[in-house]
Design a protein around this ligand. Structure first.
Ligand code: WTA
Length: 675
């Protein structure tokens, strides 16, 4: 038990592994913890949960975890169907809980969970909780951009609002399977809209409201929504952003390609801007407040198959075209609810706050669906962590505390996601924010995985600053070498996942071939994550593909490159990621100008502006490096390895440059490093 673990004061380096039966993978080191042999050395950086915390946790010890994990691997059908039975199903799934083929050579990659089961995730989030007596419990708190502006909705109130919008959408001809694009900031209307779509079986595609008109139109053109939902404007920090103008511009673009939108529903966000100055297209644009309140507050649920699509969320890949990650209903529901419950050791009295925006996967799984499925009270925060000052987050924590009046004393668990957290940031978070008392769930996962994959269960085992620790139930992470051979022990390599789990995405919208090629072809029989990992306490080392992670925002190098080359003065561009102290990674762009064009500060600014306009401000390059030429192989492939070294100043590690078509290019680039 946990007391035993805490008596370990002399920790020894051991390589002992708890080998799990039947291909379960290894749980290295955790066994060492149980046996009282956890590591010493610099790696002994283990941080134990307090006894008090562990004793009340859903999973109080490594033994309990191993017992549950073993069951989830040996008998996935039994494990998951037991959990799934706690949800409402209009009709139970077919006998086979799941089926999977992850090997392209054996036919179409195909993953199904709870197929034949008929349910509705909105019903499970709202109606079920209201029926269970939670009608008057707060479902969503809203905390505005400006201090002093807040709101809340109980489960019953939220259900009514969702039904009104659902009725409107049905009236507009939105049917099961139709797409709806949502371009909203963190207003309560954002989760309301997601849930309303789910209620009627429509497929929502939320586009983060920081994306540009071009990015928005690209997504609209891809999924051809029946309705687009937005608001007139939003206040972000001290600035007012006219979202409706961005939508207008996006719709002009989409109309050009034949994707015309009949209905654009616009929420009047009065705290940012009154409606009168909003540009309007009669016939297409409709004010939310003028129509929605007139609709009935009840709306029959559209029952859907577990494998019917729930939502699309576009994410960056290694080509310029964003990928429409498609999640279906049943497995996603079961997986997000379960990961939420265990990774945050959820208790009904908790007030839970996830700072992510619903424009990203974290906001889908851990602002909207996961918490509501558990009947939790969740905070939706519109603002920025540094407005009006950097104390805002802790003001919010204190404001929503219930237990005591002392600063941050109400905190029980902290979370981290989206990028590797470095050990010193981890320690600050732990010691300063959490008073050396609150466990940190550093959750590793992806848009594609639907929910947490490798994460601490906060009361179960010691954390290790910087490590996401061990796999969630049913997840079999493996590390492979470049040949796809599984390796283990003290090693690092490519992180793959064996088998499937309920929250896995099922396809890339409209491009199943790209789904197979990107994720299942690199290593036969495995899902390839695109990340590097070190074995032991899992240590994610960042992306190994052409994706850059800037402050947790996933950006494809190719997207930034195509934005840059759309500039009339740019002939060619190559983008790499460099380490950045605050943002994790930053974008470093090598730019070749069209012949005869001189470098200038003005041009640099205009190139950066082009990227901001085409993708969004978060994708702006940190650095533009003028490049008379780029290092290419004789077959014309840009050697990014060399560019990465130049960008990070590791000039003595350039490696072999003899295969370059023109080795002089490298010298030229180095000489321009400081321009
Ligand atoms: C990275 C965000 C280290 C990783 C949920 C992954 C992380 C990408 C962590 C997915 C973590 C996410 N530690 N790296 N705890 N969480 N990542 O799709 O590189 O926006 O592949 O999903 O973020 O980003 P995405």
């Amino acid at each position: 038990n946990n007391n035993d673990i805490r008596t370990i004061n002399h920790l020894r380096h051991v390589d002992s592994m708890a080998t799990m039966p039947s291909g379960a993978g290894k749980i290295p080191r955790l066994n060492a913890v149980i046996l009282g042999e956890a590591l010493a050395t610099e790696e002994n950086d283990l941080v134990f949960p307090t006894d008090e915390f562990s004793q009340q946790a859903h999973v109080p010890s490594p033994q309990k975890y191993l017992e549950m994990y073993k069951r989830s691997i040996e008998d996935p059908a039994g494990f998951w169907s037991e959990i799934a039975s706690q949800f409402y199903w209009k009709q139970k799934w077919d006998d086979s809980v799941y089926s999977e083929n992850l090997d392209v050579s054996k036919g179409r990659v195909n993953i199904e969970w709870f197929k034949g089961g008929i349910t509705n995730i909105c019903y499970n989030c709202l109606d079920k909780n209201v029926e269970a007596g939670l009608g008057d419990k707060i479902a969503l708190y809203w905390e505005g951009n400006d201090t002093g502006f807040d709101d809340s909705l109980t489960y019953s109130q939220l259900l009514h609002k969702v039904c009104q919008l659902a009725n409107y959408l049905k009236d507009m001809g939105v049917q099961k399977g139709d797409a709806v694009v949502i371009y909203l900031p963190m207003l309560l209307e954002l989760p309301i809209t997601m849930l309303a779509c789910a209620r009627i079986g429509a497929v929502h595609s939320v586009v983060f409201a920081g994306f540009s008109a071009e990015s928005l139109s690209q997504r609209i053109i891809d999924c051809k929504p029946k309705v687009v939902i937005t608001c007139n404007a939003v206040k972000r920090g001290p600035k007012i952003i006219h979202l409706k103008d961005i939508v207008d511009a996006a719709l002009v673009e989409s109309t050009k390609t034949g994707v015309a939108i009949d209905t654009c529903l616009v929420y009047e966000n009065q705290l940012a801007m009154k409606r009168d100055i909003t540009k309007w297209q009669d016939g297409r644009d409709v004010w939310w407040q003028d129509v929605i309140p007139k609709y009935p507050t009840e709306c029959a649920v559209e029952w859907v198959d577990a494998e019917d699509p729930l939502f699309l969320l576009y994410t960056s890949g290694s080509t310029g075209k964003p990928k429409g990650v498609l999640h279906t209903t049943g497995g996603y529901m079961v997986y997000t609810a379960t990961t939420f419950k265990y990774a945050f050791d959820y208790k009904p009295s908790d007030v839970y706050w996830c700072t992510a925006d619903c424009g990203w996967i974290t906001g889908h799984s851990y602002v909207s669906y996961g918490p509501l499925l558990n009947g939790a009270s969740c905070i939706v925060f519109e603002g920025a962590p540094n407005y009006p000052d950097s104390g805002r987050c802790w003001d919010i924590v204190d404001k929503y505390k219930y237990v005591t009046r002392y600063s941050r004393k109400s905190l029980r668990i902290l979370g981290s996601v989206g990028e590797p957290i470095n050990p010193s940031a981890w320690r600050w978070f732990y010691n300063v924010v959490g008073d050396s008392r609150c466990p940190i769930s550093d959750t590793w996962w992806q848009t594609e995985t639907g929910g947490f994959m490798i994460t601490p269960l906060p009361g179960a085992w010691p954390q290790k600053p910087g490590s996401a620790t061990f796999p969630f139930f049913g997840v079999k992470p493996v590390i492979v070498d470049e040949k796809g051979v599984e390796i283990e022990g003290e090693c690092s390599g490519y992180l793959c996942v064996k088998g499937s789990w309920p929250g896995a995405f099922r396809t890339l919208y409209g491009d199943h071939e790209r789904y197979e090629t990107t994720y299942f072809k690199p290593f036969t029989g495995y899902y390839f994550t695109g990340d590097g990992d070190k074995d032991g306490y899992h240590w994610l080392t960042g992306r190994v593909d052409d994706v850059i992670n800037v402050s947790g925002h996933r950006i494809g190098t190719a997207e930034v490159e195509s934005a840059l080359v759309s500039h009339p003065k740019c002939a060619e561009a190559a983008v790499v990621g460099i380490e950045h102290e605050v943002k994790g990674q930053a974008i470093y762009a090598f730019v070749t100008l069209v012949e005869g064009e001189p470098y200038s500060e003005e041009l640099r600014k205009s190139l950066i502006l082009t990227v901001r306009k085409q993708i969004g401000a978060f994708a702006a390059p940190e650095r533009i490096h003028w490049a008379p030429g780029l290092p290419k192989t004789r077959s014309g492939k840009i050697m990014r390895r060399i560019l990465r070294k130049i960008a990070s100043g590791q000039l003595d590690e350039l490696g072999d440059t003899s295969t370059l078509a023109d080795p002089n290019v490298v010298e030229q680039l180095i000489s321009l490093s400081n321009c």
